[in-house]
Each structure stands twice: as structure tokens, then as C-alpha cells.
Design a protein around this ligand. Sequence first.
Ligand SMILES: [Zn+2]
Length: 163
Amino acid sequence: MVVTEAQIWDWLAEVKDPEIPVLTVQDLGIAREVLVKEEGAVTVKITPTYSGCPAMNEIEQNIRQKLEAEGVEKVQVETILSPPWTTDWMSAEGRRKLKEYGIAPPEGSSADKKTLFGTEKKVTCPHCDSRNTKMVSQFGSTACKSLYQCQDCREPFDYFKCL
Ligand SMILES: [Zn+2]
């Protein structure tokens, strides 16, 4: 079968992140490049969001399964580590969905990285938009998130770390 790169991107837009099922591979900006070779062979290049993220293996499998289900015979998923993924790659749509899901989206750009160390980062509560929040734990439900609690509505929430 003959597929176009645009078609592959459409299919990738349906591949969900295993940890945050409201986000797709496209929202996260994980998929970097799609190459269609002859004979129905497709290569997808992905960059992991976080090197310690066990979900990456699952994402790779999900991409493979999705494309194979659509009839692509040879699917190759390559991991590119450089340049490293940053939250800047996350789409505006992705940030909006993340907040709706109850996870505080990354604030600012990755240029703020330095402020992650030493001083505590100010994060907005996804439930009531209060800035009066406090980090409870460096690690939330997964290593990629920190656990915060809102001092106003008292709701705990995950913050997607700005890497
Ligand atoms: Zn709140």
C-alpha cells in the first residue's frame, strides 16, 4: 500500500500517551519526523519526554500497533535523543487538555529550567487557578510529574515538570 507522510501524521494524532490518555503523541510533540519509504515501510522518529519515563516503550508500541492496524507493513520507530525534548514542543492544545484533565501544564519555557532547582516553582492550580500552591513531593504519580497541593481549594494535583 502507498501511504503519505500526511496520512501517517493523522494516524499519529490518534496515538495516546499511556500516562495521560487525553494527550496524543502529537500534542506532546514527541513525534519529530516521519519518513515513508517504498514498499509500505515507514520510519517514525520520536524523542522521549523524559529519559526515565517508562511510558516511552509503551508509546513506541502504541505507534507501531496503530500504524500496523492501518495496514502499514513495516513500521520502524527510532528514538532521537538530541536535541532533547522540551515542554516548548507541547502544543497549545496539549496544554489546554492537560489542564482540563487536572494536571497543571508546564509554565513558561524550558529557559526557566534553572528556577526548578533551588527555588520552588510557582504553579497555577488547574482546578481554581490559584497561584497559592505548594509542592508536596518532587515525584507525583510518575517520575515525570511533581505532586502539588492548592492552598486555596485544598485539591492535590500533578504538575507536568518543565524540562
Ligand atoms: Zn485550587
